[in-house]
Design a protein around this ligand. Sequence first.
Ligand code: GDP
Ligand code: GDP
Length: 453
Amino acid sequence: AEFTALDSQADDAASEEEAELSQPVLAVVGRPNVGKSTLVNRILGRREAVVQDTPGVTRDRVAYDAQWAGRRFTVVDTGGWEPSATGLQAAVAAQAELAMNTADAVLVVVDASVGATATDEAVAKVLRRSKRPVLLAANKVDDERLLSDVASLWSLGLGEPYPVSALHGRSSGDLLDAIIKALPEAPREREAVAGPRRVALVGKPNVGKSSLLNKLTGEQRSVVDSVAGTTVDPVDSLVELDGQVWRFVDTAGLRKRVHTASGTEYYASLRTKAAIDSSEVVIVLLDASEPLSEQDLRVLTSVVESGRACVLALNKWDLVDEDRRHQLEKELDRGLVRVTWAERVNISALTGRSVRKLAPALRTALASWDQRVPTGQLNSWLSELIAATPPPVRGGKQPKVLFATQAGIRPPTLVLFTTGFLEAGYRRFIERKFRERFGFEGSPVRINVRVRE
Ligand code: GDP
Ligand code: GDP
């Protein structure tokens, strides 16, 4: 049984890895003035003013969310990368190199009205080594007469040139179709299961789980009958709180108050893991009248590893006096470092104290768990943060963060594309600042780093 449990954990890890990368990345490269920004705006389907370059400063925004034929992807304008190479040709070639190491596909833009220049050749030379798909856009083909010039661009050795006019929108549909074909197929995001949101109620034995469930269900008639057409797994309970119906998962054991005698610890922990896995948000019950125990920490670790949203309920608050409260604060500061983002509610399942605060906390946590920061907004915030506090130098090298995208929700997952390793301390700094700016109370936030150089 233990091996089976381990195997299924490994599967979870693999599917999470895929989910992280669910939004593929297209990098746009080419020499200045060929129309990259205009084409990016065309791809984004808007006629927004082209982002201004500020010399010497990382461009305000470099990455954007795009969608075509129902597929979502991230478009990166490499103009903001500022490679330190001297000379135009070297700079553009270095950008192409970075693009090909970072993105899932590269779009190189050439000005067809000028033809292939030495710089274009240099870029093409780099990109011919690319292991990832490369597409060639022949821009500024504003009318049919220029089509004959387009054919000469086959000489770049990057395959078929797609004639487009970014300015007038000519043929960009064909190019977009080709881009979608070139980008890796993205697994669709875990879809919301219809119906009430799923809550797990977990905590060590005797912390008050069944008392709380009774309190929550006791103050109402059973809602099972009143939710028309709902089939409820008999191990779950539907509970109406604060005008919303919730599915408390795997509560059969709690209701029956089964406390088996043998091997309880092991089976209780399997049971806890199963409940967490089938939930979206977890209420972790802690006994405020006792010191935090190893068992509490194991439960918290399971929650953190699961990536579920979380609310901490400090139960038996009726037993907490002034002295105990001071002591508890110290224990929690030490014990809850990995879940500082979770809201704490002080309750008493016995007296009903503050139990009605649970529903709003659950709603907040789930809203955070579902939240997505648009790529443009994320990057304008990140570039400011990094300009003010760059990552620490490692081995004489300054790692650069090229751009970031929120690749997934449930839990919110950021992917940072960098030119080097980012220390754990710096990643925590980014997470702290991210939360200061965007919130995400009640939800874990994962930060992954893709180093591709
Ligand atoms: P970037 O430096 O590669 O990002 O190029 P921009 O997008 O800033 O464009 C440079 C110039 O080329 C601008 O004046 C654009 O209006 C112009 N341009 C872009 N696309 C086209 C096009 O398809 N046809 C024509 N005639 N001009 C274009
Ligand atoms: P479970 O094992 O987690 O389901 O815990 P129970 O609900 O069976 O509670 C264990 C014991 O703690 C019972 O004697 C409850 O009456 C008691 N208890 C639960 N909640 C509270 C509370 O808020 N205050 C106090 N004083 N006792 C509580």
